[in-house]
Design a binder for this molecule. Structure first.
Ligand code: ADP
Length: 655
């Protein structure tokens, strides 16, 4: 915009500048005397003090009267006076016209301050030396700040130098290494002395260095302020490591580019772990797939077996081989089911059907199911379930699987004739189930990993216990899915055995399906059932199960005492094991039917479910034939139909 002149109608200019008062010596004196930030005073040619301003008084603490006429060396510390420094300052100022210095000076109270001093030679019109002016500034504060900065830089440098987990070093703008910390030394193997001054491309595999990538990294860091990369780098000894690298362009306070900071982290271990994790995932996916593929051919084999079992086979050899196939197929089915479960759990596809569940009942059922294995290895089983009903929220099949697996292991890892104990009780807000044995125990080395996938203890060459190391891992994960936990205890001494304790959170019993609601119609409380089995544990658990359903129970372990109990106790039903030693169950049934006027209902319990077996039991007077392991719901249904008179297909009246 153009300035508007008076002729253009702008602001009128003053016709004349106001008169200015001429500045006299007094003004100069006032000006100098009043300055507070600088000590300003005059010295005569010998260095004696001639004047003293307010700044001098404030800075040095002397009144004018205390200093006028004295030599200015009084402000210098002894070490400077000893070397005649004040005189050398004067000489320099006289020779060069001006002398500037920085250093310690003294106040009246003896304290020191860091001063900037300018001495100026004063000459008169004839060129004669009249003296010197001396202007002193107190730089203590600035000095302190610079000192602080220096020490903080020093500390920072020491810190960076000491860091061991990261290689941190500086590059100049061309990529030449200019600093080196402990992490860099450890990580890359070079000492500072041998690497500073080299180009940082020595850390790259040769083909990468030759492709120009290092320079490209610097270019990108400069363009964007920062560049991040991951890749192989080379140590001094030629080995490679996988590195995460951050390069930051460094500028000084004026914005000038002065180099790069490079931070490198060795990720080899992390990369190794993620590769292993990926492999682990692939293996579990493969196992799940394997499970599916194996199950397909298994299904028709199982169907074929069922058909074979329906046929009466004359040849004992063929019957024996068919039973071998049946047992082995069953074993294979269990392994495949475990494989599939591992796949389901690791992929998060396992669905639990959580309902209020009486853990007593689930435990007894699982014991029932494991009973053949326990018996085949001649173990005794102690069952300690004193507590009243114990409700948890659980998936019926999975809870049975948890307990079944623990019982199977206890039976497997205990030499024949051992003792297995199951204890169930409340523990605060939890239900606590313990399965213990007096078997081979778990060595301390194995104990911490015993729940890991595929982990197995040492087994003999024949691998007599078989298995894939999946069972306990599945148990642990199923327990966790139920909101519980499991722990394993063992001293590792053979014969001292192991104990597994499962804890599941307790829940309220459901109002409509409580114990009362589960009782069969017809007033089970009045009904008495006699359970007969030479395996005392099997007899006792069956009795417990029946009590749980609301029946009164008695137990007998052989034929003669069964006959006696029927005559004296008058049970309304007898669940009779066919395979009793001495007097067989069939014989016992025949004698009861023959000797007792109003014989109780006789239910056969046996491992054999062929047509011939059923016909034999019916002929002996049994009204129903159940195959072991007995299932609680099947049994409840049968008793219900017996006492309630409802026929449901399981119940077979005697001919
Ligand atoms: P598997 O039985 O198929 O080997 P598990 O996961 O069920 O797999 O068990 C893992 C390992 O834990 C077993 O190989 C065995 O060494 C050990 N183990 C499990 N239960 C017991 C037990 N009751 N007594 C001794 N060792 C056991």
């Amino acid at each position: 915009m153009k300035n508007a002149g008076p002729e253009e109608g702008g602001m009128p200019m003053p016709a004349e500048a106001p008169a200015v008062r001429p500045v006299g010596d007094a003004d100069y004196r006032l000006m100098v005397d009043s300055v507070l930030d600088y000590a300003i005073f005059l010295l005569d040619p010998e260095g004696r003090i001639l004047s003293w301003n307010a700044g001098a008084q404030q800075m040095k603490g002397y009144e004018a009267s205390e200093v006028i006429g004295r030599h200015f060396s009084m402000f210098y510390p002894p070490e400077l006076r000893d070397v005649d420094w004040p005189q050398r300052e004067l000489d320099a100022a006289r020779a060069q016209g001006r002398f500037e210095d920085e250093g310690w000076r003294l106040r009246k109270d003896g304290t020191r301050f860091w001063a900037n001093v300018v001495l100026t030679r004063l000459v008169d019109a004839d060129g004669g030396l009249r003296g010197y002016s001396k202007i002193t500034r107190d730089l203590s504060e600035r000095q302190q700040q610079e000192e602080l900065l220096r020490t903080s830089e020093e500390r920072f440098r020491l810190m960076v130098e000491g860091i061991k987990d990261y290689a941190i070093f500086m590059l100049d703008p061309d990529g030449i290494i200019s600093s080196w910390n402990a992490g860099a030394r450890l990580n890359k193997g070079y000492e500072a002395g041998e690497i500073i001054g080299q180009h940082f491309s020595v850390f790259y595999p040769r083909n990468v260095a030759e492709s120009g990538w290092p320079a490209e990294e610097l270019r990108r860091a400069l363009a964007d302020g920062r560049f991040e990369d991951e890749g192989w780098r080379v140590r001094k000894d030629g080995t490679r490591f996988w590195a995460s690298v951050v390069i930051t362009a460094v500028r000084d306070h004026s914005g000038r580019h002065i180099g790069f900071a490079k931070v490198t982290r060795d990720l080899t271990e992390r990369r190794r772990i993620s590769v292993l994790e990926e492999e682990g995932r692939r293996v579990t996916t493969f196992l799940a797939m394997l499970g599916h593929e194996l199950r397909n051919p298994l299904a028709p084999i199982v169907s074929a077996l069922t058909i074979m079992e329906m046929e009466s086979i004359e040849s004992a050899t063929l019957r024996m081989t068919r039973d071998v196939i049946a047992r082995q197929v069953d074993q294979m089915r269990r392994l495949i089911d475990d494989l599939l479960d591992v796949g389901r759990i690791t992929s998060g596809k396992l669905r639990l059907d959580l309902v209020p569940l009486d853990l007593r009942e689930a435990t007894l059922e699982a014991i029932e199911a494991s009973e053949p294995l326990i018996r085949s290895r001649s173990h005794t089983l102690d069952v300690d379930i004193e507590c009243p009903e114990l409700w948890v929220r659980g998936d019926r099949t999975r809870v049975a699987q948890i307990i079944g697996n623990l019982l199977t292991n206890a039976a497997k890892y205990t030499p024949p004739g051992g003792r297995i104990a199951v204890r169930l009780d409340e523990a605060g807000l939890n239900a606590e189930l313990s399965v213990s044995d007096n078997g081979i125990g778990i060595p301390p080395k194995l104990l911490p990993q015993v729940f890991d996938l595929f982990v197995q203890g040492e087994q003999d060459v024949a691998r007599s216990q078989g298995g894939l190391g999946l069972g306990l891992s599945l148990v642990q994960q199923l327990v966790a899915l139920h909101g519980g936990d499991i722990a394993a205890y063992s001293s590792g001494h053979p014969g001292k055995g192991s104990e597994f304790i499962v804890r599941l959170p307790r829940t309220q019993p459901p109002a409509e399906t409580g114990a009362a609601a589960q009782k069969p119609p017809g007033g089970t409380a009045q009904r008495r059932i006699l359970v007969v089995d030479d395996n005392r544990d099997a007899a006792k658990t069956m009795a417990l199960l029946l009590q749980r359903m609301g029946y009164h129970t008695d137990v007998a372990y052989d034929g003669p005492s069964t006959l006696a109990a029927v005559k004296t106790g008058a049970p309304e039903a007898v669940i009779l094991d066919i395979g009793l030693p001495g007097m067989s169950g069939l014989e016992v049934a025949r004698q009861i039917t023959a000797q007792v006027e109003r014989p109780p209902r006789l239910i056969a319990a046996t491992g054999y479910g062929q047509d011939q077996d059923r016909e034999d039991s019916a002929a002996a007077g049994f009204c129903a034939h159940l195959t072991k392991p007995l299932r609680a719901d099947e049994l409840a249904q049968l008793l219900d139909s017996l006492f309630g008179g409802v026929s449901d297909g399981v119940y077979r009246p005697a001919p």
